[in-house]
Ligand binder design. Sequence first.
Ligand code: HMG
Ligand code: MG
Length: 331
Amino acid sequence: PLDNHVKIVEVGPRDGLQNEKAVIPLATKIDLIERLATTGLSTIEAGSFVSPKWVPQMNNSSEILQHLLERQIPSPGVQPLTFSFLTPNIKGFSTASAILAQHPDSFSTSPSESNDNIKPALEIAVFAAATESFSQKNLNCSIADSLRQFAPVIQAAKESLSAPLRVRAYISVVLGCPFEGYSSETPHRVAEIAASLLEMGADEIALGDTTGLGTAPRTRELLKCLQSAGIRSEDLSMHFHDTYGQALVNTAVALEHGIRTFDSSVGGLGGCPYSPGATGNVSTENMVYFLESIGMETGVDLDALADVGAWITEQVGKPNESAVGKAVIGA
Ligand code: HMG
Ligand code: MG
């Protein structure tokens, strides 16, 4: 990929919706994913296979995955769309892989392996945390136990289907934890966890600023530390929540460190259920506008995206949190 090409991972259908209290109809979720798929986005996080007692809103992720495999949404780009699902344990992975096994010819496992633009590529994601408190709150176990739990998931993703599935591994609270704060030790802890996850076979580490506590100096310190630990920028992606409005500043710092993959959520939807007070991800509209303004290519049609942001925020009864989205549609 060219140095000015940026991959955006749209996490709205998962991170954006998981925290909504009112039940969002399955049809609305599917409509959202299909609308996003027409905007030029290449990767969409579409659901998560987690305990419905913990995150009830994601309970129909099976139906979503099934629908995406059966519906065969044409990709507007040259590469097929990638759909991503969270699977933090073997139970979640088994549910997802049973659906994949029923549709063996309906997906590819890598965007570059597909020779048509109809079969989606699929990937899964596991999620660790940089602090013990957050790990307990989000996964009900220690960091070490979570890594032990991910190892067989990653192994199964690589070995149990006809071809290896791509695996993302999140690390949450890398720039500050709502329970433990931030210290100069944090980047070293993140580097250790990232190295373990890569060692297990993860293809990408998504660095989560779960509560938006990240600042430019912290982002720089973290990325320098990861670089010194031998972790390559092409294996990293940044996942900024925008609670303090610093996400794009931190994005600029990450770009300077060679990172070219960024997560964002249409309309700025979202918040983590286990992170009190955290607001949504940086909005995809703001992200695309910023990146294009400095000469980066995202492949995303901003007008089409802004329409999706206006539509979904209205559907879920939330204000549109995207300044760019509102400006583009003239709201
Ligand atoms: P636990 O209670 O310790 O697990 O939860 P358990 O093994 O004792 O199981 C409890 C019940 O859950 C059992 O059901 C299991 O069958 C069921 P019961 O016997 O009581 O009827 N269960 C499941 N059901 C469906 N799918 C599964 C599954 N696993 C167990 N996969 C567990 C442990 C990991 C399950 C739980 O803590 C959990 O689901 N956590 C998920 C939390 C979550 O989804 N958080 C939000 C996503 S992460 C995030 O937003 C951060 C991110 O955006 C990055 C960032 O911003 O930093 C990614
Ligand atoms: Mg998040």
